[in-house]
Design a protein around this ligand. Structure first.
Ligand code: ATP
Ligand code: MG
Length: 433
């Protein structure tokens, strides 16, 4: 038996997943977004340049794609890895935002704000656990080319409304922070570094390393002892310029006016390098739900991503990604499955003997021509087993065709819920369903 690859999942019932996706599409379309799709394979450089070399995603979690007939592959097997380096490297996308920005720049789109969303798989080589997979699905929503901080407020209100009004999600919180401009961060990193140096003996090894590479990333540390220490760290809010301080205040005021509840989390920095100014996460505070993987949506502003992927100028933008598996786990844990798409009533056609099977196929074809959900039973022998099978299939109607019915051009329709049976002319079947 061949098993699936570790960290991947088979989705054998997609009704909740599809329910979330279709509700989300409808919601975002109402906010004037449209759907786009980009390839699953991308140049590795795209993510190196956009997410940053020091991020976990790029430094540890990438899947490289190497064609089997690539000359470098055989060389690599014989131990010569140098040739591979000179080749264009491809990878499986670890997220969608950089690809969407690449598509925007490649297409030379001029009409901004460009408001789009995209849904599909992403790949990261992580340690699999509940809510954390190596192939997972994201829905990424982006506003490219809009500078106003009020755009951020509307964007957050849109998500909040999706989670609370559409999905009816219980027990979640919106955490926000402001990581300033590049200049604000340069100023802040000096102050932060001083604080970290003073407390260096209390830091874990990873934080010691991050302190010198990208000091704000220390806030991403999963160690409890480090997190305790960072509660007393200086915040960027204290050092940022006046203009940033004003925007930050404007964002909070507007959220309040729109009745969006939020908490400020000064250590929220997000894992990817491209963020600036507003950053946020929607987290589950329902202990039943996701355990450690409690963030089901995260994002922020990425004003310099366009130039990082090769645009001639910056396009101030804001985006977010929802983790679809985490949303599904949360909804399932809360039993809030009204999101499932309602399945149409099923009619099962039952030919009692092989002689009636061709007629049964014609009846099924007629049902489908009228857009009924219909199936047929061909592989069972006794009437009893056929009825049992129809019941198991969840049939609302069974349409019986025996020798009598065949001779008289009729069919017996059985309502599987009430048990009532009526004999009707075959041409009148649709009317009776
Ligand atoms: P985490 O801190 O949980 O690793 P992240 O900051 O790496 O998350 P993002 O890059 O912001 O995640 O991705 C956006 C969302 O995608 C996350 O909030 C999460 O819901 C989901 N996600 C990220 N990685 C995974 C994964 N390996 N499996 C399932 N969902 C994931
Ligand atoms: Mg991660």
């Amino acid at each position: 038996m061949i098993s699936r690859i570790k960290g991947t999942q088979d989705f054998l019932n997609l009704s909740v997943y599809n329910g979330i996706v279709s509700q989300a599409k409808k919601h975002f379309i109402e906010y004037h977004f449209h759907e786009v799709a980009t390839p699953l394979i991308e140049p590795l450089d795209l993510f190196k340049r956009s997410l940053g070399l020091e991020t976990d995603v790029v430094s540890k979690e990438m899947y490289l794609v190497i064609p089997a007939n690539d000359p470098s592959t055989s060389l690599r097997e014989s131990g010569n890895s140098e040739i591979l380096v000179t080749h264009e490297k491809m990878c499986l996308r670890p997220e969608l935002t950089a690809s969407i920005m690449r598509a925007f720049v490649n297409a030379g789109i001029q009409d901004t704000p460009w408001k789009v969303f995209s849904v599909g798989p992403a790949f990261r080589h992580e340690r699999p656990q509940k809510g954390r997979y190596r192939q997972f699905h994201q829905m990424s929503i982006e506003v490219i080319g809009s500078e106003s901080v009020l755009q951020d407020a509307l964007f957050l209100a849109m998500f909040d409304s999706f989670f609370s009004n559409v999905l009816k999600l219980q027990g979640y919180a919106l955490l926000i922070n402001y990581v300033g401009t590049r200049e604000d961060r340069a100023e802040y990193q000096k102050v932060l570094k001083k604080f970290l140096e003073k407390n260096i003996t209390a830091l874990c090894d990873l934080c010691k390393h991050r302190m010198n590479t990208n000091s704000m990333r220390v806030f991403d540390c999963k160690q409890q002892s480090c997190q305790e220490l960072y509660k007393n760290a200086p915040t960027i809010i204290d050092t940022m310029c006046q203009e940033s301080a004003f925007e930050w205040q404007q964002l909070k005021n507007m959220l309040e006016e729109l009745s969006v509840s939020y908490s400020v989390k000064p250590t929220l920095v997000r894992g990817l390098d491209y963020y600036n100014k507003t950053v946020f996460e929607f987290v589950s505070i329902d202990s039943e739900g996701l355990g450690a993987q409690n963030t089901f949506c995260g994002g922020g502003r990425y004003n310099t991503l366009a130039t990082a992927v090769g645009a001639a100028k910056d396009y101030p933008s804001i985006g977010a990604a929802m983790g679809m598996e985490r949303l599904q786990l949360l909804l399932e844990a809360q039993g809030a499955l009204q999101i499932q798409e309602i399945e149409p009533a099923l009619c099962v056609v039952i030919p009692l003997g092989v002689e009636q099977q061709p007629l049964a196929l014609h009846i099924v074809q007629m049902l489908h021509a009228h857009h009924k959900c219909a199936d047929i039973i061909l592989d069972k022998t006794s009437i009893k087993s056929m009825f049992k099978a129809a019941d198991k299939m969840g049939a609302q109607w069974a349409i019986l065709l025996g020798a009598d019915e065949q001779a008289s051009g009729t069919a017996t329709i059985k309502n599987m819920i009430t048990g009532n049976e009526t004999k009707v002319a075959q041409r009148d079947i649709i009317e009776h369903l």
